[in-house]
Design a protein around this ligand. Structure first.
Ligand code: GH3
Ligand code: MG
Ligand code: MG
Length: 369
């Protein structure tokens, strides 16, 4: 059984569960119908000697086999489901027309609503089934008193019509319930994906400043270096550290310190915001940024502007020894395609440059040489 299922599901794309289910139904129905028809070609020809029905079986067998091949080639479930249903309706009506109700032949019509609804969905399947039953009930009604040597009675017709309608109703109900369940599942999955995305965003951003965190930096730095190399560009990495921030916290309190962190993070974010730029809060009062560009000098100049822009915020800092306002020191490391370097080299160089900026009086930028 497992092997049959493996065979049926081969080549069927599994990204959409609803279409996957329909594709399995269509594919297996085409195979089963073809096999049955193949059997009945011989049965009707050699056993019952009904050449007319055997020919009908042969014609239908060819059509369903062609549909099977077409389906395997195109995977067009909607078209093949519709065509199979239409041919099945035509075949069953012709079959009943020729076979009357002999040898329980009417029993085969019970499968039409099941297939039509499972393969086409409840709405389209219902329309197909109603059309089929409209013709079938009319045909069988007109046959009262004629078929089975006059033994096909109105009671038989009522019994047949009622049981057929009951089957249609049951299958329709089942499919409705299934479609509702599928819709609920789809919504739940969408919600779940949103939550996962939110969780992933949360795990990669710093809650205080909303900048990316250290983990995100670790995740993307190697990719950024590879991108810069592929695009023949330079990569710039800078570390920005607030000057005398411990004094700031001690004097103004932790809450004010947090406000200062948020303001400085905003300045960094506002100025480093091209699509290929990334800014991070590495931890404490230390921020970082990655930029990719063709030109080394102008990008470094741009980063240096951050120093002036932070001071321009005019955040009072009475305990700073380098300015009356809160300031930052920055260390930059820039590497271009022809240089051999790693993420670690980039980090260490920027950190060293920052250390020099601190040593030489703070509130300034140093570029690693
Ligand atoms: P330097 O100019 O050499 O960088 O001196 P500094 O005082 O800024 O450096 P230090 O590393 O000694 O102090 C960093 C301070 O940053 C310590 C702590 O009070 C403060 N800090 C770290 N994280 C936070 C935070 O999340 N909120 C607040 N308010 N303060 C923080
Ligand atoms: Mg500091
Ligand atoms: Mg620090």
């Amino acid at each position: 059984m497992n092997k049959i299922f493996q065979f049926l599901k081969s080549d069927i794309p599994t990204n959409d569960e609803s279409s996957f289910r329909r594709a399995i139904i269509v594919k297996s129905a085409l195979l089963v119908i073809s096999l049955f028809l193949l059997f009945f070609i011989f049965f009707n020809f050699f056993i019952t000697h009904r050449e007319d029905i055997a020919s009908l079986n042969l014609l239908s067998f060819s059509i369903f086999m062609l549909l099977y091949i077409y389906f395997n080639k195109t995977q067009n479930i909607k078209i093949v489901a519709r065509l199979t249903t239409i041919f099945l309706i035509i075949f069953l009506l012709l079959f009943i027309y020729y076979a009357h109700s002999d040898h329980f032949s009417l029993i085969w019509t019970f499968f039409l609503p099941i297939y039509a609804i499972f393969a086409n969905g409840k709405k389209e399947g219902l329309y197909f089934s109603l059309l089929f039953y409209l013709i079938l009930f009319a045909m069988t009604f007109l046959a009262i008193g004629n078929w089975e040597n006059g033994e096909w009675t109105s009671i038989n017709w009522i019994r047949f019509s009622l049981s057929s309608s009951l089957i249609l109703f049951t299958v329709y109900l089942n499919e409705s319930a299934y479609e509702q369940y599928e819709k609920k599942l789809y919504l739940a999955r969408k919600n779940e994906q949103k939550l996962i995305q939110k969780l992933s965003d949360l795990s990669l951003t710093d809650p205080l400043t909303q900048l990316y965190n250290r983990r995100y930096y670790d995740n993307i730095i190697d990719k950024m270096i590879a991108n810069a190399k592929r695009e023949n560009k330079c990569i710039h990495f800078f570390i920005l550290d607030i000057d005398f921030f411990k004094n700031y916290n001690d004097y103004y309190g932790h809450e004010k310190g947090d406000q200062a962190l948020i303001s400085i993070a905003r300045i960094v974010k506002e100025n480093i915001q091209r699509e290929s730029d990334f800014v991070f809060r590495l931890g404490g009062e230390e921020f970082a940024g990655i930029m990719i560009s063709h030109d080394k000098e102008s990008t470094q100049e741009w980063i240096k502007q951050l120093c002036f822009k932070v001071e321009d915020l005019k955040l009072e800092h009475k305990k700073s020894h380098c300015s009356e306002y809160t300031t930052v020191s920055i260390g930059i490391s820039s590497k271009c395609v022809d240089e051999v370097f790693s993420a670690k080299d980039l980090y260490l160089e920027a950190d060293k440059a920052l250390y020099e900026a601190k040593l030489q009086g703070r509130n300034q930028t140093k570029v690693a040489s």
